[in-house]
Write a protein of this length. Structure first.
Length: 517
């Protein structure tokens, strides 16, 4: 089994998932990071300061999934919205016009007027909150990965602007960390350079000088355009970025890798409230079943890790699809069926992660060749993947989805047994999963952050995207009482948005993944 995952390789892998979440081509963040490093070098930053730039660049946009549910509500395809947003200086009337133009069309002029009115009344506030959710989620992930305090401080400023019109603190000019100012300009410059070359990138940064960007950095890029943009023409951005991180790189102990991959699990499940806690639950059930089946410790570890990352590619599918209550179109089905392939591609560059990703990517394969994405048959599907496939199906049926309620225990058991009888799922794996599931007991929740049992109930529903009114109806209390509970939850958890609250809930296992329906 391959050994030795470095921090830089984890961050680089996560950056490939971030590309998907931004709706941009693979290696955008890696290329952006090379640009940021070159700008930092030309600016005269020290090796340690440049290392900080590298980590900030790799992490800055990880939290883009945090507000996907809210964006999908207003704009439909959250991926297209993020990709298109690079075309506009994100403030004032141009940004307002951009958002209005991207609002979901409910048909007819009167429907359109109503949507615009509701958006202006509450959607703008929600959208601004999404930037905060992004920063809080990125900060949470950075903390769990043990990144330097300077990195964590800088990534909290991802949406501040040179002109002071950013969020959340409206910092201006030199109040924004230099490393973040460098990363901000490198992010947009990479997109424009890829689309139109260095001339287009230079024209864009000049246009946004003193508004979005630091004018000194704009001048530096303009004066050294060939040196700055020449760095992205390397054959392999991955190798170049990992090599540049050497000064602050470290090896992740194997004993800690599973906990790190739990961060990946929470990140993927944050894409839609309907999937909150799903990957952790699949990993737990699959690992228990693998042990019951007699697999050795190494195989059980692979099963658990594959369960944690099996939905990583889901960040590359619009949340409007994950949240859709009706039947999916043919095109939407194809995008969903692409998730295992995307998962494997995200993890493919690091040998140990690639071995885990290979198992994870088989979660929808079936013994009779009817599965996807590759239509593998019996001998091509290892036992670890067979167990994972059965556990994922069982767990998915136990949680509500937009188009159906959670399935009862008997239905789940009958379904898995029917799949085994039809030759699609492995019979021994099904038996092991059902045995493991039947002996699972609700785990007693320990107190976290001083949250009361009622506040934990509210947090669980909030993490799943329920409104205050829906929470009130579910718990039989008033909406005003729910509002008070939500305020207390936010205060105790140290967050201020639904997305960040969901990340907190998954991190501390305070959300019911629907294991017992």
């Amino acid at each position: 089994m391959p050994t030795g995952v470095r921090l830089s390789e984890l961050l680089a892998s996560l950056s490939l998932a971030t590309d998907l979440g931004l709706g941009l081509p693979q290696e955008h963040v890696l290329r952006q990071t090379l640009l940021a490093d070159r700008i930092a070098e030309l600016h005269g930053l020290s090796d340690m300061e440049r290392a900080c730039v590298l980590h900030v660049s790799l992490m800055a946009w990880v939290g883009c999934v945090a507000d996907s549910h809210e964006l999908a509500h207003w704009f439909g395809d959250d991926l297209a919205l993020r990709a298109d947003s690079y075309s506009v200086d994100k403030t004032g009337l141009p940004m307002l016009r951009f958002m209005v133009d991207h609002l979901v069309d409910h048909g007819g002029s009167w429907g359109r007027i109503g949507v615009v009115g509701r958006f202006l009344n509450s959607g703008l506030r929600q959208t601004a909150g999404g930037f905060v959710a992004h920063c809080q989620t990125t900060g949470d992930i950075a903390d769990r990965l043990g990144l330097d305090e300077r990195v964590r401080r800088a990534i909290g400023q991802a949406f501040e602007r040179w002109d002071g019109k950013g969020v959340p603190r409206r910092l201006a000019g030199d109040e924004i960390e230099l490393v973040m100012r460098i990363v901000q300009i490198a992010d947009d410059a990479e997109v424009f350079h890829r689309q139109g070359g260095s001339a287009a990138a230079v024209a864009m940064v000049r246009e946004r000088s003193r508004t979005e960007f630091d004018p000194a950095l704009v001048d530096l890029i303009s004066d050294h355009a060939d040196e700055v943009f020449g760095v992205v023409d390397v054959a392999d951005p991955w190798d170049a970025v990992v090599a540049r991180c050497a000064v602050v790189d470290r090896l992740i102990p194997d004993v800690a890798l599973t906990d790190v991959l739990a961060v990946f699990a929470d990140y993927a499940d944050l894409k839609s409230p309907w999937w909150t806690g799903h990957s952790r639950a699949v990993a737990d059930l699959a690992a228990e079943a693998a042990g019951a089946l007699g697999l050795d410790e190494q195989a059980v570890t692979i099963v658990r890790r594959a369960g944690l990352v099996h939905r990583l590619g889901a960040v590359g599918v619009s949340t409007a699809i994950w949240d859709k209550a009706g039947p999916l179109s043919v095109a939407e089905v194809e995008r969903v069926r692409n998730v295992p392939y995307l998962t494997a591609r995200i993890l493919a560059r690091q040998p140990l992660l690639a071995s885990v990703g290979a198992v994870a990517a088989m979660v929808h394969e079936r013994l009779d060749g009817s599965g996807y994405p590759h239509g593998l048959r019996v001998d091509a599907i290892p036992t670890e993947a067979r167990v994972l496939a059965a556990a994922r199906r069982y767990q998915a049926m136990g949680a509500a989805r937009p188009h159906r309620p959670a399935m009862p225990l008997a239905h789940r058991a009958n379904d898995l047994q029917a799949e085994a009888a039809a030759g699609r799922l492995d019979g021994a794996a099904v038996d092991a999963v059902l045995s493991a599931a039947g002996h699972r007991r609700p785990r007693r929740r320990v107190q976290v952050a001083g949250l009361t049992p009622r506040e934990i109930e509210v947090l669980g529903l909030l993490a799943r995207g329920r409104s205050n009114r829906q929470i009130a109806a579910a718990l039989g209390i008033s909406a005003r009482t729910v509002s008070t509970h939500v305020e207390h939850v936010y205060t105790k958890a140290g967050v201020s948005t639904r997305g960040a609250a969901a990340m907190f809930a998954m991190r501390h296992r305070l959300v019911d993944p629907g294991v017992d329906g």
